[in-house]
Design a binder for this molecule. Structure first.
Ligand code: NAD
Length: 240
């Protein structure tokens, strides 16, 4: 359940990039449940749990112009959420895989922000990006993912300053360890799971819905004086 009013996003148009699975799909559903008109983009399969009212577009964030063509068809945009992301454990020590992960996670986020800026400026809208625990730590097997998520934090701060004159707020969430297809490999490894849960004071995996609630807060009027911040949604993982 959410403590936000059910009609809080009525009349608002929301675009969730990477909204066809996991966290993005939960974010898209949550905006729909609170009255928003929601579009999602992604590549490949679409999660079965996505609400039927949501319009789905196939769109690769690494293809310049692909998001722009979607945004150009829209009359209004109030909220952009960037959830597109990939991880290539082990492979990212090679420069090619490193560059690919940075292109999707970091440059893809920038492409979406740039494509949406004009429409968001018209509505005085906002952006919520997706950082990670690996924005704070390095990861031996995932240098590309860590670099990209560190970059998402600095991008969020920079665009908060750069877009402020357009009345666009820019924030990020930093999810902890969340049950989605991206972490399936970790979830099925009992040792990794024990290590993660042993360090998480609230003692459980996060759900996509946990992250969606924080995204809705940052996108709501309740957060109208908040910009340039990163909100961990991690069950306390960063606290210890
Ligand atoms: P997921 O694999 O379930 O979803 C990823 C989404 O990104 C999908 O909609 C997919 O279509 C889209 N995507 C992938 N490559 C794309 C591309 N080239 N162009 C456009 N869209 C593309 O993963 P998730 O766990 O829901 O991850 C969502 C975001 O949350 C990612 O940025 C991820 O890094 C971040 N995150 C996840 C966790 C976690 O524990 N699951 C933790 C921290 C951060």
């Amino acid at each position: 359940m959410s403590s936000l009013r059910a009609d809080v996003f009525v009349g608002k148009s929301v675009l969730v990039v990477g909204g066809t699975s996991g966290i993005g799909a939960a974010v898209a559903n949550a905006f729909t449940q609170h009255g928003g008109e929601v579009r999602v983009t992604g590549v490949g399969a679409v999660a079965a749990e996505l609400d039927e009212a949501i319009e789905v577009f196939e769109s690769d964030v690494t293809r310049p112009g692909s998001l722009k063509s979607i945004v150009d068809e829209m009359d209004r945009l109030d909220v952009l959420v960037n959830c597109a992301g990939i991880i290539r454990r082990g492979e990212e020590l090679e420069p090619e895989a490193f560059a690919r992960v940075v292109d999707v996670n970091l440059t893809g986020t920038m492409r979406a922000c740039a494509a949406a800026r004009e429409l968001l400026a018209r509505s005085g809208g906002c952006i919520v990006n997706t950082a990670s625990m690996l924005s704070y730590f390095g990861g031996a097997l995932v240098p590309g993912y860590s670099a990209s998520k560190g970059g998402v934090v600095q991008l969020t701060k920079s665009l908060a300053a750069g877009y402020a004159a357009d009345r666009i707020r820019v924030n990020a969430v930093a999810p902890g360890w969340i049950r989605t297809p991206l972490t399936e490999e970790l979830q099925s490894d009992p040792e990794v799971t024990a290590r993660i849960l042993g360090r998480t004071p609230l003692g459980r995996w996060g759900t996509p819905r946990d992250v969606a609630r924080a995204v809705l807060f940052l996108a709501s009027e309740e957060a109208e004086f908040i910009t340039g911040t990163v909100l961990p949604v991690d069950g306390g993982y960063l606290a210890v």
